[in-house]
Design a protein around this ligand. Structure first.
Ligand code: F6P
Length: 361
């Protein structure tokens, strides 16, 4: 019987998941291995096991398509994280059941594609005897041990496109336009799109802002004859001494649904400056659709490298991007703490050199 490997996609979806699946299946097929894909993330590992055989001849459209053909979930019996830095231990009977099913299917390896939460689950499966390989995914780009996760570039492209569009309408009406983008604990999307899209003010979780400073920047622009301002705010940004704004308007620092900071900022700026202010929440548009060229390539490299790790038997490792190369790092190096935007790093410095405000000066 041919060797067999499994793959699953966990956590929130993002552009490029299908491209990873394609790369894994194509690379595995060339080695004579069969690949099965589990449905609904880790839940597919539990009885009655839900999976499908993945045929390399049916992978064509996956390079460019959004979402995940396998489905995903970040809730359910495998939920291993509840909030920032908090990890729950998955019940031993759940891990046992998954391990038994992996063994019964004769899997040589289980490739787990996911972010911090999913890789935390993957690590616990590994410690339970499942031969796991991780592939780092998240539009937030906040995973340690890799210079970039796939999905991030696609999300930035979407946010930058939104800013380009908002630019012309903001300028036409002399308005303050606030764009709320994703980024729970890390402001990578806001920072990169804010710079690439010509934003004037970028508010990120790493740098608590003050409304006085934001208004000063708007006034400074007006004094220079610029009657409009583009503000990019990450969903996890907070005013100094403030809290996360959640979707329901409730304040919490748990893993709740964030959202709403854009409207709060827009209302406050409108009140303080007397300028017409509008808000756009980009939301899941950033997660939908196909991957950019960069992400297609990164996903393909990650998928192929994952198969290489299976070949070598390097389990408990995750593929990562370092100095432009794909390498293997221990999953434990990637989980447990998030990679945030360094406040004195190159990205923030570049923005400040251009006169972009982070609302802190
Ligand atoms: O972690 C990725 C992410 O898109 C965050 O930026 C966002 O807060 C969260 O997922 C949204 O998750 P959901 O789609 O489950 O509401």
């Amino acid at each position: 019987m041919a060797e067999r490997i499994g793959i699953l996609t966990g956590g929130g979806d993002c552009p490029g998941l299908n491209a990873v699946i394609r790369a894994v299946v194509k690379s595995a097929t060339r080695l004579g291995w069969e690949t099965i894909g589990f449905h609904g993330g880790f839940e597919g590992l539990l009885s009655s096991v839900s999976f499908q055989k993945l045929d390399h001849r049916e992978m064509g459209a996956l390079l460019t398509s959004g979402g995940t053909v396998l489905g995903t979930s970040n809730r359910g019996r495998f939920a291993a994280k509840t909030g920032h830095g908090e990890t729950q231990t998955i019940a031993a009977e759940i891990l046992d059941e998954a391990k038994q099913n992996v063994d019964a299917l004769g899997l040589r390896a289980l490739i787990c594609v996911g972010g911090d939460g999913s890789l935390t689950i993957a690590q616990q499966l590994f410690e339970h005897g499942v031969p796991v390989i991780g592939v780092p995914k998240t539009i937030d780009n906040d995973l340690e041990a890799t210079e970039m996760t796939f999905g991030f570039d696609s999300a930035v492209a979407c946010a930058t496109d939104a800013l380009d569009r908002l630019h012309t309408t903001a300028a036409s009406h002399n308005r303050v336009m606030v764009l709320e983008v994703m980024g729970r604990y890390a402001g990578w999307i806001a920072a990169h799109a804010g710079i690439a899209g010509g934003g004037d003010i970028i508010l990120i979780p790493e740098i608590p802002f003050s409304y006085d400073a934001v208004c000063r920047k708007i006034a400074e622009r007006e004094a220079m004859g610029r009657q409009f301002t583009l503000v990019v705010v990450a969903e996890g940004a907070r005013a100094k001494g403030g809290e996360f704004v959640t979707h329901a308007g409730v304040v919490t620092n748990r893993e709740a649904r964030l959202g709403g900071i854009g409207a709060v900022v827009a209302a406050e700026l409108g009140e303080r400056t007397g300028k017409e202010t509008r808000v756009v929440v980009l939301g899941h548009l950033q997660r939908g659709g196909g991957p950019t060229t960069f992400d297609r390539l990164l996903c393909t490299r990650f998928g192929a490298r994952a198969i290489k790790l299976v070949q070598e038997g390097t389990f408990g490792y995750m593929v990562a991007l370092r100095a432009s190369d794909t390498v293997a790092v221990k999953i434990t190096e990637a989980i447990g703490r998030l990679r945030t935007v360094p406040v004195d790093g190159d990205i923030v410095e570049t923005a400040r050199m251009l006169g972009i405000s982070f609302g802190d000066e």
